[in-house]
Design a protein around this ligand. Structure first.
Ligand code: FNR
Length: 351
């Protein structure tokens, strides 16, 4: 068998689809309902054009950013995705090694199949993604575990009042992990609790969360500018513009389309991050030019992991880094922090 050259993120997507169990491949790839948002997340980037500048005499681009207190080598972080041991036996530990090697932040998922302590031991800058649980005492114990493990921020996912409806999973009857895999952060006195969603959480629970932790709290899943304002008013350290990779409410806008209004509403008071549909260095540049400080990747990490464990994740991250640098050079920019909307030609009527 000839091994195809894996030149870009799409190549990793195709290779992962060959390697993964088809049920798990659908779990990772899928979105909510008709998967309209899932597709839009990617195609919305393609409708934005780049208008490069020339003869600007710039040095090799500086990709570094300060990500809510964590200095990173590039403005690309690992968004939280569940169940990495479905993709590779080493699971989240391998992912964390790759994040450490890349010098960037990994957001560990609450629904991780490797315990947060072992993920943290790989040496990466780590943030912890949290779903508030109706049992607040248990929620607090999970937060304390994450803090003790060395997580530097909490990422509260706020777009999940209920679970999204994934029809691919429903067709396969895929509703629980295979034997031997567990959500290791949900262990409580030996038993593993199921993750629960609740529509009853409100801004007052954010206040509660801030009262039980000193860690910065970042809100993930903001789309409406009015919620971005409330996030600032309630002391969020940052917001992540995200539609959960199209896995929660279908027919929300692509995250890149929701970004400018959130950036305007926040007015520079806190960093605005984004995830959803980042597949090329040009996508990163477009998000930063519209005001994001950094972007997250979800599925691309899983594809790298499925293909070659930690090495595969490293390969995906280095592809994106190289494409980002190449794009900046061709656009005439010497730093990711210089990017401005004047670099973009936006589709009429969409923004
Ligand atoms: C996710 N995402 C997610 N988000 C979260 O806050 N908690 C979670 O447990 C998960 N789990 C999860 C599993 C899988 C398989 C996927 C694909 C995604 C959403 C994730 O953090 C991120 O918002 C999207 O993945 C970004 O879109 P892309 O990069 O996958 O297009």
């Amino acid at each position: 068998m000839t091994v195809p050259k894996l030149l870009n993120v799409r190549d990793f997507q195709a290779a992962a689809a060959q390697i993964l169990d088809p049920v798990h491949a659908d779990y990772f790839a899928g979105g909510a309902r008709d998967e309209i948002t899932l597709a839009e997340n990617e195609t919305a980037f393609d409708r934005i054009s780049l208008l490069p500048r020339v003869l600007r005499g710039r040095p090799a681009p500086d990709l570094t950013v300060d990500l809510v207190g964590s200095p990173t080598s590039m403005p690309i972080f690992l968004s939280p995705t569940a169940f990495h041991r479905l993709a590779h036996p080493e699971g989240e530990a391998a992912t964390a090694r790759a994040a450490a090697a890349a010098g960037t932040v990994m957001i560990a998922a609450m629904a991780s199949t490797v315990a947060v302590e072992e993920v943290a031991a790989q040496g990466t800058a780590l943030w912890f993604q949290l779903y508030l649980q109706p049992d607040l005492a248990f929620t607090e114990s999970v937060i304390q575990r994450a803090a003790a493990a060395g997580c530097r921020a909490l990422v509260l996912t706020v777009d999940s009042a209920v679970f999204g409806s994934h029809e691919r999973d429903n067709r396969h009857d895929f509703h629980q992990l295979p034997d031997g895999l567990h959500c290791e952060n949900m262990r409580d006195a030996g038993e593993v609790r199921p993750i629960q969603m609740s529509p009853e959480f409100s801004w007052k629970h954010l206040r509660w969360l801030q009262s039980v932790t000193d860690l910065p709290v970042i809100l993930k899943g903001i789309l409406h500018p009015d919620d971005a304002i409330l996030a600032v008013e309630h002391g969020a350290a940052a917001v992540i513009v995200s539609n959960h990779g199209g896995r929660q409410l279908d027919t929300t806008p692509a995250s890149i389309r929701a970004l400018p209004a959130v950036v305007r509403a926040v007015g520079g008071r806190i960093p605005v991050l984004l995830d959803g549909g980042i597949r090329r260095g040009t996508d990163v540049v477009k998000a930063l030019a519209l005001g994001a400080t950094a972007v997250g990747v979800g599925r691309p990490v899983v594809w790298g992991l499925a293909v070659d464990g930690g090495k595969g994740v490293s390969a995906v991250l280095e592809i994106l880094r190289a494409e980002l640098e190449h794009t900046l050079l061709l656009c005439g920019y010497g730093s990711v922090r210089e990017l401005v909307a004047g670099l973009l030609l936006l589709p009429p009527g969409e923004y």
